[in-house]
Design a binder for this molecule. Sequence first.
Ligand SMILES: C[S@@+](CC[C@H](N)C(=O)[O-])C[C@H]1O[C@@H](n2cnc3c(N)ncnc32)[C@H](O)[C@@H]1O
Length: 492
Amino acid sequence: MYNKIERTVRKWLPENVQPECVEKVGLQIVTERQERVLKNPNSYIDYGYSFPGVNLTKQLCLESVRELYATQGLRPVVADLGAGFGTMTWKLLAAGAQVDAFEKQVPTAKELQKRLTSMDKELWSGEDLNDILRVYAKNALSELENPEFENRYDVIWVSQMLHFLTPDEMNQLVQLFKKILKTGGMIFIEMNSPQTLQSLDPLKLIEHSVENAKKLKFEYPGFLCVNAATLINHNTSQIDGKMVVSVFDQEQMQTKSIPIEGNAFGVGYLGHSNSHDNEQYLAQFMKPGYQYSVNRFYQTANWFDDEIALDTFEKAGFETACYYYGSDGQKYYTRSTLNDKDAVALSIFLKKSSQLELDEKPKELSVVLKYGIFKANHHEYLLVEAKQFCREDVQYESLLKAIENKDYALALRKASAAASLPLVRLLLKFSKKLAFDINQPSPSNGLTALDWIRNTDDRNVPNKQEIIGILERYGALTKDALQLLSAAQQVL
Ligand SMILES: C[S@@+](CC[C@H](N)C(=O)[O-])C[C@H]1O[C@@H](n2cnc3c(N)ncnc32)[C@H](O)[C@@H]1O
């Protein structure tokens, strides 16, 4: 494993670093993993809600930093928002960045500074940490309003922080992104999505809540209050003497007066049961006997799925690409290729669209990830995603042909007849962008996409109700309803 880490580290460390430095960085990554993920019993280093390791998104961000450093010859300026204990901050510095780290919990920010100061400065080519790192123990949202940050950043890194923001704070941050990002700059975001805890949520409470909130047309349908304890342990019914329920959406939170500030880093805690207070909590970090107790928190969460993320950031004038990554952190998935067990987080990659060269190249995810974002060619994008899902399966040959021939309505009927939830979902996602009629009837028998799934045998189709539900949400009608509608229109 160590050799593999060294190989990937070489891809993001500046080209001219000494081999000893590559080794030190690799070793630090392995150590962090042992302490955090494998919970080495001899180590009392706490990572709280910080996430070490280098997943796909971190790798891409670090490679971009290295490239900017190589082309500009100067350290690119990077903002690390909600930096936690700095597990990405030090890697950004090692990749060649100068970093502004924002962390609103003062003790956590102090700990970040302390940890990085104690690291070997060879990791950042011997430069003085004070010259390349500024730590702001501040709320990033209010601090970044300061004019000194205008057009300051080449790269913005935001990991596992955005889902703590309320809808108003989200709106503020989106505007700030536009202000503080330099021309041609890039933003990398990773955050929890409604799919993140799906393996813990067999009742699909989170997904249903988000879908419900979408129907109600909330501005941020992913804004939920989730009680992780009830998801982790279904027998839990009380925490600290309070009734707990797993998921509330925005409307339910309002009617039940669930406090927005009841989120993971506020009310929740990791550590001893009496360690709500951060100062005290931090004092216990390194002590023997320290125990994790991860099953005792609930959080408000702005959990974006790809549809919400695209909508939010595209409306704000960003070009976007979204993907999920799986539990190994290395493979990426789109919503249609995601399977139930393998979804850890959603990553979003943004660029200011007004500053892009609008090229008609396909927005194929692998291309986007390597070279940046191009203006979407929705037909190509749909085809690439559909092919990725169908692979060599002969069952879907004619469906792919229909997409190739731009007969998307036919493809939707075929996906529905085949009872393929991912393909129905994928085609519906593109229905507006490609402006096709999801109710176009079959020329032979007049059946619509909705009829095809309704007419399938229940016993053989586990996803039948879900497919009907999503089709209806997009406004799908049956052949009979279409005829009634057209008769009514003739009367009028
Ligand atoms: C879950 S941790 C993630 C830490 C780190 N980014 C990582 O991925 O390892 C989220 C951090 O964001 C910080 N945070 C949340 N809202 C913030 C804000 N408005 N300004 C600065 N920090 C914030 C929290 O205090 C917490 O330390």
